[in-house]
Design a protein around this ligand. Structure first.
Ligand SMILES: Nc1ncnc2c1ncn2[C@@H]1O[C@H](COP(=O)(O)OP(=O)(O)O)[C@@H](O)[C@H]1O
Ligand SMILES: [Mg+2]
Length: 128
């Protein structure tokens, strides 16, 4: 595997929302927080949401099934492939636009979420 030197990522803040219990609001919090931070009126942060749940609820909330299939799953650019073949994933991910659907949560912090991105998950994550 290639060594990736990404100084911007090294300074990025990582926020993890984790709990073993289902149905406690993890996905809802991630969506609201991501839109709040990426919204154009206040923080205007570049946000990368990473869906680490094979149930892929965050992915289905933020991305249409058609785009998920055509642009990501069929091209092996969903999260399980980052683990299976990191070199391929990191090389090919550069050409993709990860900008996702807007206004999925009820957070209304601006109208533009141009800086909200997602690495989509896939049920294939169960295999890993
Ligand atoms: N603060 C809240 N108050 C009431 N219902 C909530 C709240 N946060 C989440 N929910 C609801 O609870 C359910 C489970 O939330 P979800 O975010 O999918 O949980 P998880 O990701 O932990 O499984 C959803 O129907 C969601 O709309
Ligand atoms: Mg969830």
């Amino acid at each position: 595997m290639k060594c990736v030197n990404l100084p911007e990522i090294m300074t990025a803040k990582v926020i993890s929302i984790c709990n073993l219990k289902g149905g406690v609001g993890k996905t809802t919090i991630v969506m609201a927080l991501a839109e709040y931070l990426a919204g154009d009126t206040m923080y205007k942060k570049r946000v990368l949401a990473i869906d680490l749940d094979p149930q892929s609820n965050l992915t289905s909330a933020l991305m249409s099934e058609e785009i998920w299939e055509k642009k990501f799953e069929s091209k092996k650019l969903t999260l399980p492939y980052l683990f299976k073949d990191p070199e391929y994933f990191l090389e090919n991910v550069k050409n993709e636009n990860f900008i996702v659907k807007h206004n999925v949560s009820n957070v209304r912090n601006g109208n533009s979420f141009a800086h909200l991105h997602l690495i989509p998950s896939s049920p294939r994550l169960f295999e890993i």
